[in-house]
Design a protein around this ligand. Structure first.
Ligand SMILES: Cc1ncc(COP(=O)(O)O)c(C=O)c1O
Length: 414
């Protein structure tokens, strides 16, 4: 009996696309139980920006596990939480002049979004939420309800006080007018109190909003007393170069949701950064058993100390992103017949091929060539590249060559 077939729910997904049994991993390479090595351009859907089993953090984790210190602590004080808070302040918040407090939430991105919406809706007094087409915020009831990319799935039936505007790549006056009219209108009898935005969309197709549009969101929401939540769960923690993908845009969010790569090691962890003046939670008002993952606090502290005490990682990401972009442009020019589009911000990149089956074929042929890439975007028409930020340049080149061969094979068959 194969336990996977016999016992695992039909809901399983990634294992259908990549039907290997993955047994070990290091950096940007995953090895299956027959010893076949795959280059990983998926990086745990963005949770492994610092690579698989990054030895810096494995050492911290092993030392922690053997030390007798706490693993689980709810939100009681621990040395690990103290160090984590001091480190995020020193390496992330203070350098960006962000006067924010840290709310630890249960370990998933969706939980951070739940908490952010709950606080923002209560603070604003207006329940309706504005989001964007292509936005994805998680599978819990409230997070799915503001995820326009969930349209057509069962969860979209719950959308009530939610309205989604189109994604804006290059802002026009008409986009800003539509934004203003919508923000001033009501949805289902409710005024809009909250805007939730992924400044660079992940599942929506690896695409950054025009920074000028993000600035317009902030200007109008300030005027209208509406709160802004930035969902940085996929694009944050360095994925696009800077720590947050909205940096330089004047979005200046009220709440920032952070998860995925924040532990450095792919451990479950999520937090919200909340503007200090808005931190009106009552003690225990939002709770959760797994908020105090000390192992993740310890590895996260190490990650921020190691990678965010200077600008070296950000520079390296920009450089690698240039390589990815050039390679995708070349694939687009050679195989796209004018129909492909290169997308992205930093190392959140995509090749929009405009066809669901073609994108799936490229991912399948890539897997046959021992390269792991997923698809995303409207109708899953974008081949998405999320390489680890710490990938070796030679591995990046090798993976991009495999991808080019996969694109060639998939397009030739048409
Ligand atoms: C932008 C964004 N927000 C929220 C989530 C939900 O995170 P989780 O799957 O950990 O609940 C995701 C997951 O892909 C995401 O990409």
């Amino acid at each position: 009996m194969d336990p996977f077939d016999a016992l695992e729910s039909n809901v399983r997904y990634y294992c259908r696309r990549w039907p290997a049994v993955f047994a070990s991993a290091s950096g940007s390479v995953i090895t299956d139980d027959e010893g076949v090595e795959y280059l990983d351009f998926f990086a745990g859907a963005g949770a492994l920006s610092y690579g698989h089993n990054n030895p810096l953090f494995v050492d911290v984790a092993v030392e922690h596990l053997r030390s007798g210190r706490l693993l689980h602590s709810l939100d009681t004080f621990t040395p690990e939480k103290r160090d984590f808070l001091a480190t995020i302040q020193r390496t992330v918040l203070a350098p960006r002049q962000l006067d924010m407090v840290v709310q630890t939430v249960g370990p998933t991105g969706a939980t951070a979004v739940e908490a952010a919406l709950q606080l923002a809706q209560r603070l604003s007094g207006h329940r309706a939420v504005l989001g964007f087409e292509g936005g994805y915020h998680g599978m819990s009831y409230r997070a799915a309800s503001v995820s326009a990319s969930m349209a057509g799935r069962e969860t979209s039936a719950h959308l009530k006080d939610f309205v989604a505007l189109p994604f804006v790549e290059h802002v026009t006056d008409a986009d800003v007018e539509l934004l203003e009219t919508t923000l001033r209108s009501s949805v289902n009898g409710q005024r809009i109190g909250v805007v939730i935005v992924e400044p660079t969309q992940g599942e929506g197709g690896a695409r950054p909003f025009d920074p000028a549009y993000l600035a317009a969101i902030r200007r109008l929401t300030r005027e209208l007393d509406i709160l802004v939540i930035a969902d940085e769960i996929q694009a944050g923690v360095g994925r696009t170069g800077p720590f947050f993908s909205f940096e330089g845009s004047q979005l200046d969010p009220d709440i920032i949701c952070v998860s995925k790569s924040i532990s450095g090691l792919g451990l479950p962890m999520a937090i919200n950064l909340v503007r200090r003046s808005l931190d009106t939670w009552n003690p225990g008002e939002f709770t959760g058993t797994f908020r105090g993952n000390n192992l993740a606090f310890a590895t996260s502290t190490s990650m921020m100390n190691h990678y965010w005490s200077d600008a070296a990682l950000e520079k390296n990401t920009e450089q690698l992103a240039g390589t990815v972009r050039n390679a995708l442009e070349a694939m687009s020019n050679t195989f796209g017949a004018g129909r492909f589009n290169v997308r992205g911000n930093g190392l959140l990149c995509g090749l929009a091929v405009g066809d669901t089956e073609l994108a799936a074929d490229i991912s399948r042929h890539a897997f046959e060539r021992r390269l792991i890439v997923e698809t995303c975007g409207p109708g899953d028409t974008v081949v998405k590249l999320l390489t680890p930020l710490v990938i070796e340049p030679a591995q990046l080149d090798e993976g991009l060559q495999r991808l080019a061969l996969a694109v060639e094979q998939a397009t030739a068959a048409r």
